[in-house]
Design a binder for this molecule. Sequence first.
Ligand code: IPE
Ligand code: IPE
Ligand code: MG
Length: 243
Amino acid sequence: MSGRTKGLPEHVGIIMDGNGRWARRRALPRTFGHQEGVKALKRAVRYAAQRGISILTVYAFSTENWNRPREEVEFLLGLIHRTFLQEIEELREEGVRVVLVGDRTNLSPDIQGIWRRAEELTAANRRLILNVAFNYGGRAELTQAARELARQVARGEITPDEITEERLASQLYTWPSPDPDLIIRTGGERRLSNFLLWQAAYSELYVTDVLWPDFGEREFEQALQDYLRRERRFGRVSTKEQK
Ligand code: IPE
Ligand code: IPE
Ligand code: MG
């Protein structure tokens, strides 16, 4: 076990982007990039635990990724679920708790079963929470939260005025994880692509041109060191200006 250095983020989100380009640069099919991406994910999980980060939320498959060619979607789904089937024992032994954050309602019973098993097997773990954003979209997440709160109002359990930020947050897939302190995006695009729209309100953003399969411990540490130099003001005046 190793503790978290003072000031390091408690919760890190990662938009794991650039697998396709990594493969294309090597004149390989995009699927090779996804396979290499799994190795990078394993490294990141290990390093996050080693650095004492409590929660890692990784963007594995978005609600928009269903619009990719059918073969790529099928490959990705197969790869993601094979990976969790293969790795779950090791994750359990390493103290990692796996949680699916995404819409599970429209997944096939097989796929739902894999996630349920992964969650149950690792439920008691405390070293690192690994939130896997799969079939995740920030807008879908907020829409289902609104629907659930509307149902509660219709049943007379709460009044509209009782819909507070906390109550809305409690309906998000990531509940009860605190908001991410740092969001890393590999592959160089400067956008959120529907990742953690609500939760990212005050997250520090770190974009690197490094493609996801090339993201290793050194790159992760660089992001953490960059974060340590940030001043998080949350709308306040800089502490350096307060006399
Ligand atoms: C990220 O890599 C993996 C997923 C979106 C599942 P991409 O497949 O988006 O790779 P690029 O962005 O095309 O290089
Ligand atoms: C974001 O990457 C989704 C994941 C990493 C799972 P995309 O490659 O899908 O995002 P866009 O299309 O560049 O915005
Ligand atoms: Mg991409």
